[in-house]
Design a protein around this ligand. Structure first.
Ligand SMILES: [Ca+2]
Length: 526
């Protein structure tokens, strides 16, 4: 998925206008080389173009069977949209492939300049994907991009598609996104008579996994990449879903009632909030705070404001890294203090289905597989074999991507209850180790941890920001993001701004002025 938090609500300094002006000076607006409708007969390898249709300004509506409306008026996102050329295609790089994708191109006509900004924005998915969301494409067109998105080769949000379909698993793992990108560039060239001058990837969650997979595997595809809350250790995060469910549902006594999550959250804040130097309701860097939920252990009988001894053990297990019981090696880092309000994701009444799907449909190939039987030693070895590098995006060698001038902005919320934030830090540090340290990396790749942010947005921190403008400025104006302005919106109003800092820096209060104004903070090493 793509974060919807990319609007310029945070005061505007990081917003798109400046970059647009700079880039416009280098780019002559395109005219159409052909009509939109004629693209239906465009011939590309392994590709059938199923639709090429000019959509008038504000006229797009979600089809009756459409997937991707977002509550309320499903067409609200499209009312302000300029005219665009909607192209849908099916790709069959293998006989078992059935990859759908769409690209929406700002309308152009022969002899008239178009609103196209000369660039491609390819958009990522969420979970097991299986859908193209019109609102995501609309957001790209609104900014002048030719915007593309794929269903990654199957429909629906489960991994059941992979059962008996190894080629479809590869499509999901990396092929669909690459194929979409290559074909999108060809369609753009056919329509405007010019290939895109620059190409960007924008994704969060599964889309963050796709982001880094692209940088690792197809380093020429994109100039700029936004990797949000990435599921790069796809098998590890699935194992964590099992780890937490096994602990929480070990027996009735071990289950933490969800009503106690806020109690644990408050205790974590009590232990860690002020310890970062500023009592602001947010834990700036939870790894620097040791919080043991034992402080909540009931002195007498069980009650709503304390944890029983077995519940303390479950909470400890949620914070702990998933580890191999024999070798003690870390399989995946645990949740951080501050994430407790989202614990229903993995410690709710049911285990996290999207985590279990990996084991049911890809590792054990048994839809009735019981998560209680999982062994974190032998079964992890089977899991690695089943993945075979198809889904996990952990290759730290970004040399080729960096050599061609590519830039990556990665971000991750410290309170993410679905993909542990430390997994981003682990990968980033591995890249530094592999490429020879920060000096070899930070001109091309930076990680921004977001204090208090949940999965891809939300939470108590400043989780509204414009990563697309940040990466545009880095690529187009050579202005590296030394900090990124972020805001928190409550009751429809911005009530706090903060700088997000390139890891390992954190935002430090200067000591005077409002703690809700980013101007009173600077990025510093902790
Ligand atoms: Ca704090």
């Amino acid at each position: 998925m793509k974060s919807l938090k990319s609007s310029c609500t945070a005061g505007g300094t990081a917003c798109g206008l400046a970059t647009g002006v700079l880039f416009a000076a280098l780019f002559t607006p395109a005219q159409a080389a052909t009509t939109c409708e004629s693209l239906v007969s465009l011939t590309l390898p392994d590709t059938t173009i199923t639709l090429a249709q000019l959509v008038a300004a504000g006229a797009f509506t979600v089809p009756a069977n459409g997937r991707g409306g977002r509550g309320g008026d499903p067409n609200a996102a499209f009312k302000e949209l300029p005219a665009f050329c909607r192209v849908a295609a099916t790709l069959k790089p293998t006989s078992d492939s059935d990859i759908k994708f769409e690209i929406w191109l700002p309308a152009a006509s022969p002899g008239q300049t178009s609103g196209w900004n000369g660039k491609l924005e390819a958009n990522g998915n969420g979970g097991w994907t299986g859908s193209i969301t019109p609102a995501t494409l609309a957001a790209g067109v609104q900014r002048g991009y030719a915007a593309a998105m794929t269903d990654t080769g199957h429909e629906g949000g489960s991994a059941s598609f992979a059962l008996g379909h190894p080629e479809k698993l590869i499509d999901f793992g990396y092929r669909a996104v690459h194929e979409m990108t290559v074909k999108s560039k060809a369609i753009i060239a056919a329509y405007y008579g010019d290939a895109p001058k620059l190409s960007y990837w924008n994704g969060c969650s599964a889309g963050g996994r796709q982001a880094l997979k692209e940088a690792q595997r197809y380093p020429e595809d994109f100039n700029g990449i936004i990797a949000g809350s990435p599921g790069i250790n796809w098998t590890g995060r699935s194992a964590q879903a099992v780890w937490i469910a096994q602990a929480n549902h070990k027996d009735e006594a071990s289950t933490i009632p969800p009503a106690k999550f806020p109690v644990i959250h408050n205790a974590a804040l009590e232990a860690c909030d002020a310890a970062d130097g500023l009592k602001d309701g947010i834990i700036e860097d939870p790894t620097r705070c040791k919080f043991d939920p034992q402080v909540l252990e009931c002195k007498g009988p069980d009650g709503p404001a304390c944890l029983t001894a077995p519940q303390v053990e479950t909470a400890r297990r949620i914070y702990a890294s998933v580890t191999n019981p024999r070798t003690k090696e870390e399989i995946f880092p645990g949740h951080e203090p501050g994430s407790e309000l989202g614990w229903n994701t993995m410690a709710g009444p049911q285990p996290l289905g999207l985590g279990l799907d990996l084991f049911k449909f890809i590792v054990f190939k048994d839809p009735n597989w019981d998560y209680r039987t999982f062994n974190f030693d032998s079964d992890m070895a089977l899991t690695a074999k089943a993945d075979n590098g198809v889904m996990n995006a952990l290759d730290p060698n970004l040399k080729a991507f960096i050599a061609h001038g590519g830039k990556i902005v990665q971000y991750h919320g410290w309170s993410d209850p679905q993909i542990s934030p430390l997994s981003s830090v682990r990968y980033y540090n591995t890249v530094l180790d592999t490429l020879g340290g920060a000096s070899k990396v930070t001109d091309s790749y930076r990680l921004f941890m977001v204090p208090g942010m949940a999965h891809c947005g939300g939470g108590e921190g400043t989780s509204n920001f414009d990563m697309l403008s940040a990466v545009e400025q880095w690529v187009e104006a050579k202005k590296a993001p030394d900090q990124i302005l972020a805001s928190r919106v409550r009751d429809g109003k911005v009530d706090r701004t903060r700088p997000l800092c390139p890891y390992p820096q954190v935002a430090k209060y200067k000591g005077t002025g409002s703690i809700d104004d980013a101007a009173n903070f600077s990025c510093k090493l902790p």
